[in-house]
Ligand binder design. Structure first.
Ligand code: AK7
Length: 270
């Protein structure tokens, strides 16, 4: 018998609820699938924006990549549909919202919480990398929390299926690895660098190479101008992990496997 064709969704299948957030190119709403009562997040993207910025292939790639990923720390993309002027992404609803709101609220995280998030991110990235997917745009805005406070990587709008080295420039400045800043060929190790950036930001409340002007941030990234303030008092193990990730030579960055075996992770996560 023919495989039952993928359900064709339409807006009538959903009741739209409160806005959850504004992302690039469109808003996200809470929504309920009428028949099942299943709660989702519906991301609405305007076609003319996609046309204007010529992002069709990127959006298509995101669909392909995300519908094939299944991991507890990767936000699900259940499917999508479109009408005259909009494209709708049917996403897993992350009840805890955006991680960066928690970061802004509390200023910085405890070492235990930071280590738990870094371990979750590392496991999610190890899963993505074994599926040849580099996210390339890991930043607090793309990290969501579910109802149990479990971290979910979202928005694979910049990810790529990579077997060869990549060249496309993307991502926000603070989180960019040197090889991306230099627009050089880059590979999976860019996500390892970003783990170092995030670990620093979770513990100190700001990313390590933050500067007034973009040119200064670029310069600080290229120099790996890393320094640890004396307050808050962060453990030596945490600084050790960050220093092993924020390494200019991408081949010398601590591997995802080694991150999971690092004393700071072992001490705080098991
Ligand atoms: N509480 C919540 N629970 C669940 N989700 C929430 N927010 C949505 C998070 C996202 C997940 N995936 C996304 N994907 C894209 O946005 N993709 C996208 C969009 C435009 C253009 C492009 C492209 F054309 F550039 F590729 C790609 S946004 C929230 Br708040």
């Amino acid at each position: 018998p023919p495989k039952n064709p993928k359900k064709q969704w339409s807006l009538n299948d959903f009741e739209i609820g409160k806005p959850l957030g504004k992302g690039k190119f469109g808003r996200v709403y809470l929504a309920r699938e009428v028949k099942s009562g299943f709660i989702v997040a519906l991301k609405i993207i305007f076609k003319e924006q996609i046309e204007k910025y010529r992002l069709h292939h990127q959006l298509r790639r995101e669909m392909e990549i995300q519908t094939s990923l299944r991991h507890p720390n990767v936000l699900r993309l259940y499917g999508w549909f479109h009408d005259e002027e909009r494209i709708y992404l049917i996403l897993e609803y992350a009840h805890g919202g955006e991680l960066y709101r928690e970061l802004r609220k509390t200023g910085r995280l405890s070492e235990k919480q930071a280590a738990i998030y870094i371990a979750s991110l590392t496991q999610a990235l190890a899963y993505c990398h074994e599926k040849h997917v580099i996210h390339r745009d890991i930043k607090p805005e793309n990290l969501l929390l579910d109802h149990e406070g479990r971290l979910k990587i979202a928005d694979f709008g910049w990810s790529v299926q990579s077997r060869s080295k990549r060249h496309t420039m993307c991502g926000t400045l603070d989180y960019l690895a040197p090889e991306m800043v230099e627009n050089k060929a880059h590979d999976y190790a860019v996500d390892n660098w970003t783990l170092g950036i995030l670990c620093y930001e979770f513990l100190y409340g700001v990313p390590p190479f933050e500067a007034e002007r973009q040119t200064d941030t670029f310069r600080r990234i290229m120099k790996v101008d890393l320094s640890f303030p004396s307050t808050p008092d962060v453990s030596g193990e945490a600084k050790n992990l960050i220093s092993q990730l924020l390494v200019k030579d991408s081949s010398k960055r601590l591997s995802l496997q080694k991150i999971m075996e690092h004393p700071w992770i072992i001490k705080n996560v098991t």
